[in-house]
Ligand binder design. Sequence first.
Ligand code: FAD
Length: 431
Amino acid sequence: MGRGGLLGGDAVKHRVLIVGAGFGGLGVAHGLVGADVEITIVDQRNHHLFQPLLYQVGTASLATSEIAWPIRHLMRNRKEVTTLLGAVTGVDTGSRRVLLEDGGSATYDTLVLATGARHAYFGHDEWEQYAPGLKTLEDATSIRRRVLLALERAERETDPERLAALLTFVIVGGGPTGVELAGAIAELAHQNLPPEYRHIDTRQARVVLIEAGPRILPSFTEDLSGYAHAALQRLGVEIQLGQAVHDCSVQGVTYGDRTLAASVILWAAGVRASAAAVWAGLPCDNAGRAQVEADLTAPGHPEIFVVGDTATVNAWQGKPVPGIAPAAKQQGLHVARTIRLRLQGDTTPRKFRYRHSGNLATIGGRAAVIDFGWIKMRGWLAWWVWGLAHIYFLIGVRNRLAVALSWLWIYVSGTRHACLITQGEQLRGPS
Ligand SMILES: Cc1cc2nc3c(=O)[nH]c(=O)nc-3n(C[C@H](O)[C@H](O)[C@H](O)COP(=O)(O)OP(=O)(O)OC[C@H]3O[C@@H](n4cnc5c(N)ncnc54)[C@H](O)[C@@H]3O)c2cc1C
């Protein structure tokens, strides 16, 4: 087993290398509190990100620092944890080291790959420049910039056709992220911003949600999905169902037999796993997720675990575990338990079993839908439960208070404090 072998007895501590400090990676680190191990966390960003509230940064409700935490700060009291900033590009399973983009490397006795997923364009990566997705803080501030710049340009536009395109916001994909973005942009344009513009009426903005399937929120029951559909329409969102997008360009979006001129197109239609399976030469599904054993180890490599969005395993009553934060967290904790048992000499593989606590999605207009299985909720009560749940899952008292205060402020005053256009890149829009 090398240094720090899992059967114990070695003088040197067992080295656990965690790649990715998302929900899965931090789950492992938290589960190993007090264990006799040396932990190294490598992430290509210096912060852990609470992705469920990312759309609120993209739509000017929250500031970036309210939903992200420096990993180094989170681990400040964990003397056994070393945090490294670096992008992993490969794994040498023979010498047990991960390779970093800058030519460096880090060694391990146990490796946990928890590098998540990114949006996917179904083979049309060229669409990304016109239709950005939402995954990182940079994505969120770039979306915010596009939305606000379109409105700034509209304020100075005199040509009616160009004005219409500048005031058209298209969201592709009717899952929770697409629904949240559509609802939040509609609220921003139709309710929050009208008093701030003099030459345009932002209430005229069109928000169009395009979904290829027969209904939005397909992971929810039909009645909740129907409720969300009607609630979005009340907010002024136009919903196009059964429409696959064929093209995204600087002019707009093409679906069915029509092209809709739009200056802002946002992509919320698909995900692709990180390249973790490729690095370690593991079998993967068609979304690039590593197919792991029931105990979350890589086939043929009991010393490598793959967790969260970058892995796939049928551990939810025989079905694949969903790509959501609680699933990644549970997998991380399971891996930590396994490592602890191995350190005690128990190497029996233990199956991971996912416990689903529910589906939540907010729609905007102070409404949400929730399906806990044993109870379904919708409307304003669901919205409060959604809000409280998200505040609870944020890290630290300061952020909980900051987010609660920001929401209360928007609730009471109807204004959003984060309408900042940052970063220099020019808006690409119809000219
Ligand atoms: C916009 C959005 C909204 C969402 N809303 C919800 C929601 O409401 N509820 C819910 O439960 N889930 C939601 N999810 C899904 C949830 O965020 C993911 O399932 C969860 O983050 C997966 O955790 P993870 O640890 O696998 O990956 P992540 O949390 O994505 O973490 C991966 C980490 O790996 C790092 N990394 C990636 N590649 C490398 C590399 N090459 N080298 C080094 N580091 C690397 C990344 O920087 C990141 O820190 C949402 C996701 C998105 C994008």
